[in-house]
Design a protein. Structure first.
Length: 198
């Protein structure tokens, strides 16, 4: 009887441990990707690059929506930027429903090895968003390609990068803490660099 109790307790502990590990795996994996750029996850930068090279990269933009009544488009299909140069891209999101929508944009880049070099200074994807019924919001992304891409083995040969966003429903989203929309005029007035769309 005692042996059965020990086995039952051991099995219960194993189940609890495995369940906890399963729940922890997602945020830990997400953290790992954000720190290393693994799986095409882009990086977040605190300041622009101090170095701008003559070498250029074509950046393409892809937009997607999952299970939400939103239209989501990029104003520019592609941009050619110099490595290290700060680029700016604009995206428009429209809520086509009669209800407010809480959404968060997931993002990645292709090829995946470019993720560690794609640095974002400003992005709507850093926070959840609330879009009012019928509202259209303009969202900027300010970014640069780290100069290390031109010299490191993982970055050599990358001439084109696709930045992809997918808006997902946000669970338990608190509309009271949603950041205000950023307008193109306000960003231009703040001295943000203009994009060079092709």
């Amino acid at each position: 009887m005692k042996r059965h109790t020990v086995v039952a307790v051991a099995c219960s502990l194993a189940v609890v441990t495995m369940t906890g590990a399963a729940f922890a795996a997602v945020p830990l994996y997400d953290l790992f990707c954000r720190v290393t750029g693994f799986d095409g996850t882009t990086m977040r930068a605190d300041k622009p690059s101090d170095v701008v090279l003559d070498q250029t990269v074509m950046v393409r933009f892809d937009t997607n929506v999952r299970d939400l009544p939103l239209t989501f488009t990029a104003r520019q299909v592609r941009q050619r930027v110099r490595i290290g140069e700060t680029g700016m891209a604009w995206f428009d999101v429209t809520n086509t429903s009669d209800q407010p929508i809480g959404a968060t944009a997931a993002y990645n880049v292709v090829p995946e090895r470019a993720g560690q070099y794609f640095q974002k200074l400003q992005c709507f994807c850093f926070d959840g968003q609330v879009i009012a019924p019928g509202e259209t919001r303009a969202f900027p992304v300010q970014y640069f390609i780290a100069p290390e891409m031109a010299v490191e083995r993982d970055g050599r040969g990358i001439g084109e990068i696709t930045l992809s966003y997918t808006f997902w429903p946000t669970r338990d989203f608190d509309a009271a803490v949603a950041p205000p929309a950023v307008t193109p005029a306000a960003t231009a007035a703040s001295g943000a660099a203009a994009d060079r769309a092709l």
